[in-house]
Design a protein around this ligand. Structure first.
Ligand SMILES: Cc1ncc(C[n+]2csc(CCOP(=O)(O)OP(=O)(O)O)c2C)c(N)n1
Length: 377
């Protein structure tokens, strides 16, 4: 296995000094190491993968140097626009090393949202005429030579080059800087409290990552079916627009969107769309733990972002920020009687159970049950 600190030292020894990306669980050891060793102005966790590449392009324009962009292969869709219309050799020809975590690699078991993405990752790179190398477990000397070859080819061609990282390549890395709890609850406790306040007719669209997993497990614990919940297992950042599409077309049903701060930041332009459509039956709940908790806890700018002011300026009608159990319960009971769109920001700590499971029903069953429940309303 590759020591992430050694990998970082190899890169910095070859003048890679600027890093930007959206975190991925497969890259977690390397990203934790960057978080510990790179000063904040040279490591920017971006809103989405395309934004990370644009930031990196700006760095190159300002310095002439080669930046590194990192992402999970789920983020290739967000990356491709600036990849092909900004950094591509036929446009501005910007040198950049792009490190991609390879979820859903053929032959390895993974969740449904990673299957097609994983199968087509290398084909997509081929189709876009992008040079790539699949990172192999190598000794440090070997790795130094490999990275030197890749970086010199990037500089010679002045264009992007991918490094695809399979599962389990990096050794563990213990992050030195760790978050201290600031708030009363973790996400799972807050989700349980909120679900307890909802009625049999209320429907939920939950965001990507552990939010959906915790919601699924809570229904199981309660002995309830999963038919009220649409679990957005992939498509990070889009849960609130799925919820909006439902809210517009089922005006007699209250639609709750359980969102994450990282997910909202990823496609924040969606908030003014909700505010302008003005669905009275839409209650948007952001679980703000200031991090991409589901993929390793890398920080977002969530704790420093005033989501309430943004939602207000976007046209939301009701705005609440809650921290304690009592505030959550009282606010839910109050807001469900009002006309939306409403935003409730739940300020929470990082953290999740180590034994948290994954949905055991299929995505197809989830969709069918959810649609059946909505029918005839
Ligand atoms: C487009 C895209 N980029 C990255 C990922 C990997 N990913 C899955 S969950 C997640 C973090 C989500 O953060 P947030 O919305 O704040 O929720 P939290 O995990 O903190 O509850 C990331 C980065 C993804 N699934 N899709």
């Amino acid at each position: 296995m590759i020591d992430p600190h050694q990998f970082y030292q190899i890169l910095s020894g070859q003048n890679v000094e600027f890093y930007s990306g959206v975190p991925d669980s497969l890259l977690k050891p390397f990203l934790s190491c960057l978080y510990d060793h790179v000063e904040a102005s040279n490591h920017i966790i971006a809103a989405n993968e395309g934004a990370a590449l644009a930031l990196a392009a700006g760095y190159h324009l300002a310095t002439g140097k080669t930046p590194l962009v990192y992402l999970q292969n789920s983020g290739l869709g967000n990356l491709i626009n600036p990849l092909l219309s900004l950094t591509d050799k036929n446009v501005y020809s910007i040198p950049v090393l792009i490190v991609v975590g390879w979820r859903g690699q053929p032959g390895l078991h993974d969740e449904p949202q990673h299957i097609t993405q994983g199968k087509s990752t290398l084909d997509l790179l081929d189709a876009m005429d992008m040079p790539y190398k699949v990172l192999e477990d190598s000794e440090s000397e070997d790795l130094t030579t490999q990275m030197a070859d890749i970086l010199s080819s990037i500089e010679q061609n002045s264009s992007p080059h991918f490094l695809v990282v399979p599962k389990g390549i990096f050794k563990d890395y213990e992050m030195q800087q760790s978050e201290r709890p600031k708030y009363a609850l973790k996400r799972e406790e807050a989700i349980k409290l909120i679900v307890d306040q909802l009625g049999e007719e209320d429907m939920i669209v939950s965001t990507t990552g552990k939010t959906s997993r915790e919601l699924f497990e809570y229904r199981k614990e309660l002995g309830q079916p999963h038919e009220n919940d649409f679990l957005t297992v992939g498509s990070m950042g889009h849960a609130n627009q799925i919820a909006l599409g439902i809210a517009i077309n089922k005006p007699n049903t209250t639609i709750y969107c359980f969102d994450g701060d990282g997910a909202v930041l990823m496609h924040m332009g969606s908030l003014p769309i909700i505010g302008n459509v003005q669905p009275g039956n839409f209650i948007h709940i952001i679980f703000n733990n200031g991090s991409h908790e589901s993929v390793g806890g890398q920080p977002t700018v969530g704790y420093n972002t005033d989501f309430l002011q943004i939602a207000k300026a976007s046209g939301y009608k009701e705005l609440r920020r809650v921290i304690t159990r009592e505030e959550i319960v009282d606010t839910l009971l109050e807001v469900k009687k009002l006309n939306g769109p409403a935003l409730i920001e739940v300020m929470i700590n990082q953290g999740a159970r180590a034994n948290l499971g994954r949905p055991t029903t299929s995505t197809h069953d989830n969709k069918r049950a959810f649609m059946n429940k909505l029918r005839n309303r």
